[in-house]
Design a protein around this ligand. Structure first.
Ligand code: NAD
Length: 362
């Protein structure tokens, strides 16, 4: 929410980042139309979502981008902006991003720069995007393999969440979303209790349990990002697992999905920082949740390369690498370590996990 004090002292309260939950896919379009207040809509989606849900996108103005992380480039943003221009879109139009985190990040960035910014509505279609990426206004594209190096904060007006869309999600993408859900859960005591209790139902995609977990996670992310929309402080905890996750993703050339790198990142970071934690029991429990979801194999990237990539992470302060640690559910902390220490801890954490049979190397 943004509050502006106008000349003369009157106050305008602008609401954004608002979560709208809809129970069936049929209601999405009606809901978006109602929220738009009659303004022109421009839909951006990827080729898979366009094929699966043509009724949501194709009969409107719009642009279909390639599916997957490789499409997260400035070139795709240019393609979207050209399509906007060709369609004669003015500043009063609204971009509607219908898709997973890739569509959300790319379409959101295009919305933030087209004519210096037009409004955005998000319709997340993956588990990962419903519990995390569509909320809070981070948008961007990759540069030279480095994640989200170019981007902007662009708060969506609304995020329209319909868990029914998750029925068509491939199992692997489900698992990726479960990774971000576990990440969110360790940051919020109430969600952690719910996810731990219902991990089997979530793994088997029980719709009732999923709907509840999605709503809890989305509301948590909204609270955190409303408090710190531009990541000046407290929002940084949402990057748990992402220092190692992003570094592996860069070095491994995005062969796995983002959610899979984040799961590996969490597992390894829990172990890297376990000496700092008074009650290790919580880390063991959280680690067991990740293993229940199903960890992918660890890419065979040497620790020095992972460290080099981690040095370029956006969260870092001067000369140190920043990691988000966790003491107990809802009790994260920020840790800064030297690159040499990072390398040492990464090497020993991965070796131990492989020795114990908790991680397999590719
Ligand atoms: N902006 C943020 O705050 C934030 C946070 C976390 C992650 N991210 C970004 O999100 C991206 C990952 O997002 P993702 O995991 O959603 O991946 P994704 O957008 O690549 O989607 C995964 C796959 O699922 C397909 N798909 C989407 N919806 C579907 C549906 N309902 N049924 C069947 N298939 C469907 C897509 O076409 C794609 O092939 C990464 O680029 C990551 O950096 C951003």
């Amino acid at each position: 929410m943004e509050t502006t004090v106008n000349d003369g002292g009157s106050v305008t309260v602008r609401k954004d980042n608002e979560l709208i939950f809809v129970s069936s896919a049929e209601l999405i379009k009606k809901t978006v139309n109602r929220l738009s207040g009659g303004r022109r809509l421009f839909f951006v989606t990827d080729e898979n979502v366009a094929r699966l849900y043509p009724e949501l996108t194709t009969e409107n103005d719009g642009c279909i981008i390639p599916a997957g992380e490789d499409g997260k480039t400035l070139l795709t943003v240019e393609k979207i902006c050209r399509a906007m221009l060709d369609a004669g879109l003015t500043r009063s139009a609204i971009t509607v991003a219908v898709g997973g985190g890739v569509v959300g990040d790319v379409a959101g960035f295009a919305a933030s720069v087209y004519m210096r910014g037009i409004d955005l509505i998000s319709v997340p279609t993956t588990l990962l995007s419903q519990v995390d990426s569509s909320i809070g206004g981070k948008t961007g594209v990759n540069l030279d393999g480095y994640k989200n190096m170019i981007g902007a904060f662009k708060m969506p007006l609304f995020i329209v969440i319909c868990p029914e869309l998750l029925k068509t999600l491939p199992l692997r993408e489900w698992r990726c979303g479960m990774g971000e859900l576990v990440k969110t859960a360790v940051l919020d005591e109430e969600l952690y209790a719910y996810v731990s209790e219902n991990i089997d139902a979530l793994a088997s995609r029980d719709p009732f349990v999923t709907e509840k977990a999605v709503a809890m996670a989305a509301k948590f992310k909204k609270r955190v990002t409303d408090r710190d929309p531009c990541e000046k402080g407290s929002r940084a905890v949402l990057n748990l697992g992402h220092t190692v996750g992003h570094a592996l993703e860069k070095c491994d050339g995005h062969r796995l999905s983002h959610g899979e790198y984040v799961m590996l990142g969490m597992k390894i970071e829990f172990a890297m920082l376990s000496d700092h934690v008074p009650a290790k029991e919580f880390l063991r429990e959280a680690d067991a949740l990740l293993r229940k979801v199903g960890l992918p194999k660890l890419p065979g990237v040497p620790p020095v390369e992972v460290t080099e990539a981690a040095k370029a992470d956006k969260k870092n302060g001067d000369g140190k690498i920043t990691l988000i640690g966790i003491i107990d559910a809802g009790k994260p902390y920020v840790s800064e370590i030297t690159a040499a220490r990072f390398c040492e801890l990464y090497a020993s954490a991965t070796e131990q996990a492989i020795k114990k049979g908790e991680l397999a190397r590719e």
